[in-house]
Ligand binder design. Sequence first.
Ligand code: WTA
Length: 714
Amino acid sequence: MAEEVQGQADEAVDSSNGESTEATIAVHWREEGYFLPPPKFIGQANASDPAILERFSEENFPECFKEYADLLDWDQYWDTTLDTSNAPFWRWFVGGKLNASYNCIDRHLKKDRNKAALIFVPEPEGEAHAAITYQELYRRVNEFAAVLQDLGLKTGDRVTLHMPMTPELPVTMLACARLGIIHSQVFAGFSGAACGGRIADSGSKVLITMDGYYRSGDLLDHKVKADEAVEAARKEGQEVDKVLVWRRYPGRYSAKTPMVEGRDVFVDELLAGHKGAVVEPVSLDATAPLFLMYTSGTTGRPKGCQHSTGGYLSYVAGTSKFYQDIHPEDTYWCMADIGWITGHSYIVYGPLSLGTTSVLYEGTPNYPDAGRPWRIAEQLGVTIFHTSPTAIRMLRKVGPDEPAKYDYHFKHMTTVGEPIEPEVWRWYYEFVGKGEAVIVDTWWQTETGGFLGTGLPALDRMKPGSCGPAALGIYPEILDEDANPIPMGSGKAGNICIRNPWPGIMQTVWGQPERFVSTYFAKYNKDPDSKDWHDWPYFAGDGAVQAADGYYRILGRVDDVINVAGHRLGTKELESSALTVPEIAEAAAVPVIDDIRGRVVEMYVSLKPGYTASPVIEAKVREAIETDIGKIARPKNIWIVPDMPKTRSGKIMRRVIAATSNFSDVGDITTLANPEVVDKIRHHVQAAKLAHGEVPRELSEAEQAEIKAFGNAE
Ligand code: WTA
């Protein structure tokens, strides 16, 4: 069994001069000890020979990625591995042709047709699990592809999906992929309005949804959001011609919201006309877009990250093999939602391209109790488990001893989406993994398609709280605001960048190529005309520090994006939503450190003259946010304040209110135009919080630094 070994002789990473500026934040913390992978794991690992590190070293770039691409079946081999002629719009495997649906389904039929591709676990425990074999998946995807074709959809068209966690979602994605239709799945928990905005941005004429799904014991009416989405899209000038409605129970409608004649159709009825249909997979250019995935940024509307067919699929196949250590005989369960990039890459495309069995769970992890995930793991014989720190914290809180009651054995576990606290990591390791499983902490983003920072499970030691070294073929650097590299082991944090392109990186921001350049590259690019990739470091928007052993610790966003339970919410989106309430004059969203969800949102609003604060106004703001974005964005508190703390130029000082919400030091307020409001706000907010039973806790140094820097990105 692996045990904790002493690493780095308790050498506390420290900044030599103790100086801390906005550009470089000094971070001090105890270095954690290492954990070693169990020998049993090493013996079976896909990557156990250190030669792999050499093969992916910088001198072998970009050809090293042939090893990932060779995991796929190509209709036509590529001639150029990496084309940089239109930097930074990288083109991978140029000249190559393939189909993602073929790679995830058809090619496995010969050997594995009767093996489960997906195992669907419905939320109600009384409802049986459904194993969908590769053969069955093939049948369903072909039949649905025939439906799409029948509607006149073709390669390059965009289709928006607003689907819950049921097998119909991967079926829909793979049917789109079969035809080269670009799918844009919107997280089902997002509101209809949020979905509508994404429909409009992508120019989708078809929306695919489901009537209902289970969440925490309720069969939700999901169809109602389709009506709102169509309406919201129309306001932005995009007409939706058809809404395809899958039924959670075919033949029986589970929603109260009526179907709209001429526009809405039940998918099960359409499928009846395509029984046994076979649709040839379209042979697509490696650079053809596979899907869009929207994500929030600092400003403006969400960005549609466009991912490619060849590069993306190669990257998720390669990282699934070497980092998730997926073998065809594994039962792999990623508890994320397919509505996020994690689900796209590591529930659908990565695992299925490798021909494994991927588990898909409909509901919330703690329904009906905190033992649910472990029962599922026991019943299905799950060998690889993948989840987020928020889920781990929550399961730890509600059932710390639950895992021991169940007879399951993971060989491998993943954490993703937010930084994980070392104590939480240790619980995951000891109690969930029972000391038998390796853990990979994977740092990456919607934009990056797959992992950037993570360890090779059999070759790299684990260190709680650090994502580890860089993934194969990824060469990061940490830069300060003036583009100076921050050396490892200096104890200073800066902006983590990736110096090189990799196959999984998004191709562009849908419809806004200039935003792709300005958001991710402009900051550190010195020559906009350069065709040399060395001139285009990718700016990830995360703060990070690199320890003396080369391991990265990710501190969080530097761009005023609030990461709630691993989901990115843009402050501007939250604020614009609050401003739709007629009484509201100004709004500011700030992050509050939360023991379960990592960060939660608090909203500060001030009122237009003539209005007085009331719970009704608060409720309106809450409702506006739920309508515009979704319940996930619901603020913990809405504070109606007499005035916002502002600089003399009128800019709201978000760091001051963020400090107030977190009971931390408000810092220097001498530059404010109205310093007197700070105390007023602080008394009001903190007294109310204490009265509600909130127990302020001391923030770690990194957390303090984050709060202090909040609002700098504008
Ligand atoms: C954060 C999710 C620390 C980070 C895959 C990043 C993490 C943002 C980790 C992307 C991790 C993700 N450790 N922080 N292992 N993984 N993050 O686009 O701030 O939903 O920029 O992609 O989540 O979130 P996104």
